[in-house]
Design a protein around this ligand. Sequence first.
Ligand code: ATP
Length: 492
Amino acid sequence: MLKELAAGGALGLLIFLLFQGYDVAPLLLLGGMGVVLYWLLDKKGMLTARSYAPYYPRQNISFEDIGGQAAAVQELKEALEFLRRSDQLHSMGIRPLKGILLSGPPGTGKTLMARAAATYTDAVFLAASGSEFIEVYAGVGAQRIRSLFREARCLARRAGKNRAIIFIDELEVLGGKRGSHSSHLEYDQTLNQLLVEMDGLGTGEDTQILVIGATNRPDLLDPALLRPGRFDRHVKVELPDREGRLEILRLHTSNKPLGPDVNLESIARETFGFSGAHLESVANEAAILALRANSPVIRQKHLQEAVDKVMLGEKIGRKPSKEELYRLAVHEAGHALVAELVQPGSVTRVTIASRGQALGYTRQKLDDAYLYTREHLEGQLRICLAGAAAEDLLLGNRSTGSLNDFKEAVRLAKVIIVSGLSDLGVVDEECLSKEQMHRAAAEIIKVQEKKVGELLLQHRDLLEGIAGRLLREETLKGETLRSLLTTGARAS
Ligand code: ATP
């Protein structure tokens, strides 16, 4: 309104001056410069606090919409009791809970949990990301923090509620250790303002505000944020285990038509290391694949292809030459054969169809395990080295296709060393020189390389048979591979 009045007044003045015979060109120039300056400052959020708009989701999320995070949800619910029973806390003189920190890998459901917390406590919900508060101009971030808290109180009043949850994602961007940034004045001012606002939250207020912060890097946070009275509840949101993955898959397929052959348990077993966001994407991609194939329902093959797509990326049109394809088939047959010999029943799919960065790949279902023995790690090493060993055996040389396998092999060998499982015994990693580490890792790898070479030589016919079948069919399912092993595949 004010802007319209000012524009109208300026236009009227210009017309008046024109009629009086004044030269208005310098005024027009000045006015134009003023408008550009105003627009620039407004864009940077430096004119009004209102130019910064937090996000208010419309759809309510409840804890029932979150799968595979039972422990974290339970912990969060316990903390939220502080907010739900705030009247009792007040009468007992208990300090209100001001902040909860959710930490964990990306896509594990931290935002979902914050939104469910708002539904659970009947609070209004405002979301912002740490990076939105950081500008090169000193003072803008602090102003936005003030505006965010003001907005929360205002929104709660308008909604007739007495609670508000402010969710700040990527908290480490705004709450990193003070003095650690190059333009540290602005970062420090913003963080200080957040601390001031949190300190000001009390039980006597009309609107009770709870700040939920989320981060993937809790180690980067300023200790002042974590002290009692600020983010003093810490809830860890981990990657889901097999049961958790199954729950999430069930949630995200509940609104989709599934065929009778769909086995979500087997998909949950194949998706070790996937986050909730990955699993949501698997369900979505499977539905897209079914639609593309004109299938009225999602079949197991759609889900399996969706897992490949989410894990490795889109199929690519690149067609390797005939020689390269044979090499790829030999390489993958090596991995698949040794994987079945080392961990029978583990291979779910082996293919020489290129996807993303991978020319071919062998997918195994892995158990959720937290501890590994030396034997297990050595088995994994043999699987890694089997691609190159198969090329050596059937083609007489190796190729660059084993680069990533070798990186993984070195990583595994180092795990063996630093865990005190190698012949070096228990070692202090920091006291080992690079050269000592390299020598010890090379020694471990050499022993396994020899073993895998012998293993493949022993099963050369099977290796040739699997490679030949892969070359013809491009992709083999785990069951097909296993039937080839039991019937004793022969090259055609
Ligand atoms: P980031 O750290 O990258 O911000 P985040 O942990 O906040 O990620 P969300 O944004 O909550 O992750 O999750 C992204 C999407 O993934 C959700 O919208 C949901 O579809 C799905 N998702 C993630 N975790 C779960 C879960 N535990 N249960 C159900 N769906 C989930």
